[in-house]
Design a protein. Structure first.
Length: 180
């Protein structure tokens, strides 16, 4: 609904219920991307993310490489927190949103898939990032595009709002956003 409000066509790429996030988001995602022709694509968790700005604004903020969402907690591997560099803003990656050139994303997602040790895609992205296996991956510390509502801070000027971890308040926020 938020995509329609902004004139952004949203595509769903996993018709079957997911067994886990690695298969649902990554494996099915790679298959989906290989069938597409768009130059730049953005992945968002569909059930708990709202688009807040139009496509032209999102694309103007993207920059080079692949940009992935940030959050303030190092989930699901808090013991790896010290491995992340300090940052001006949330320093840990969140796999609820990422954007980049389609071919570059396919290559990165295949690397991340090869490093997956279970069903959690965020754990796999973290492992690949910290191992230096995805050097073009940048974390959106400044929340230029992605905002994680689990951080408990207002959205500000971000292009998306992600209620990661089933953070309450999405429906209330959506009603307020729609009436603005």
């Amino acid at each position: 609904a938020s995509g329609a409000r902004l004139g952004i066509e949203v595509q769903s790429y996993s018709p079957d219920p997911w067994k886990d996030y690695v298969n649902g988001k990554l494996r099915h995602g790679v298959e989906f991307l290989k069938s597409r022709t768009e130059l730049v694509v953005m992945f968002l968790d569909g059930a708990d993310t709202l688009l807040l700005k139009p496509e032209v604004e999102i694309l103007s903020r993207r920059g080079d490489g692949v940009l992935i969402s940030a959050e303030k907690t190092c989930w699901p591997d808090s013991e790896r927190a010290d491995e992340f560099p300090e940052a001006d803003g949330p320093r840990f990656l969140n796999s609820g949103g990422y954007i980049g050139v389609r071919e570059e994303l396919i290559a990165m997602m295949e690397i991340v898939l090869s490093m997956a040790t279970g069903g959690d895609d965020q754990r796999a992205w973290t492992a690949a990032y910290l191992a230096g296996e995805v050097p073009g991956l940048r974390i959106d510390h400044g929340r230029r595009i992605f905002h994680s509502m689990g951080d408990g801070e207002p959205v500000g000027d971000s292009c998306t709002s992600h209620w990661n971890g089933r953070v309450p308040g999405r429906d209330e926020w959506w009603r307020a956003y729609c009436s603005a």
